[in-house]
Design a protein around this ligand. Sequence first.
Ligand SMILES: Nc1ncnc2c1ncn2[C@@H]1O[C@H](COP(=O)(O)OP(=O)(O)O)[C@@H](O)[C@H]1O
Ligand SMILES: O=c1ccn([C@@H]2O[C@H](COP(=O)(O)OP(=O)(O)O)[C@@H](O)[C@H]2O)c(=O)[nH]1
Length: 232
Amino acid sequence: MYRRIMLKLSGEVLSGIGNKGFNSENVKYLSEEIKKVSQHGMNVGMVIGAGNIFRGKELTGVTNSIADHIGMLGTVSNALYLKDYFEKNGIKTIVVSQIVNLPSVRNIYYDDIELYFNSGYVVIFAGGTSNPFFTTDTAAALRAVEMKAEVLIKATKVEGIYDKDPKIFTDAVKYDTIKYDDAIAKSLKIMDTEAFAICQRYEMPITVLDFFKKDNLLNAVLNKNVGTKVIP
Ligand SMILES: Nc1ncnc2c1ncn2[C@@H]1O[C@H](COP(=O)(O)OP(=O)(O)O)[C@@H](O)[C@H]1O
Ligand SMILES: O=c1ccn([C@@H]2O[C@H](COP(=O)(O)OP(=O)(O)O)[C@@H](O)[C@H]2O)c(=O)[nH]1
């Protein structure tokens, strides 16, 4: 069983696949899945994307760096939305970020993060890496290492890592485990190469799983056989 996890959630977890905005059923489901984990006493850090609002590359005609700033702000919006929902449903939550100065968002200080975890808070790291040209997968890898997580769990819309995109190829074959080197060499597009490389460098295990399958997150945290594990 892992005691401290970093959970990466795609923004679409909040809206439903292919949709924009917030879907109340999705947010309720997410909150229930997180509650199961935090009730076990695990330290939960989260990075949320902004695909339900927008991704930088979707904004044509806008300067790349500015489009990415807008994308990063979307992750702050999602984090605050979730904090409010979680707290109303009994999950103590703190949002931290280095890109905004708002009374509802705290700065990132390592010592404080330890205190938040020790006090049973879920900590949502908003604002990605704070830099344009990156994604929240890379942010999750960085934050996982920074907060000394024992595993990075990428909760997504497919059951794990396949030899090719299972949404495009019906004959795609799922891996139970795969080495960092192979994931990078085969250019498996489930996660950025940067994210894989950071996890490899700091020996951060990764689990990729289908978030929409009930109890998958809890089972992954209990180190049961779920999704795909990326290993040295
Ligand atoms: N080799 C692969 N194995 C699994 N999924 C893959 C692979 N290549 C591409 N994908 C796609 O990557 C997507 C992962 O999406 P995710 O990162 O959760 O959302 P987002 O696109 O919002 O960042 C899946 O929907 C899947 O179709
Ligand atoms: O470190 C980061 C993380 C995110 N983004 C921007 O924020 C958007 C939302 O993040 P992401 O695409 O990873 O969200 P997801 O697809 O996981 O919902 C990205 O498209 C980028 O425009 C960025 O500029 N730097």
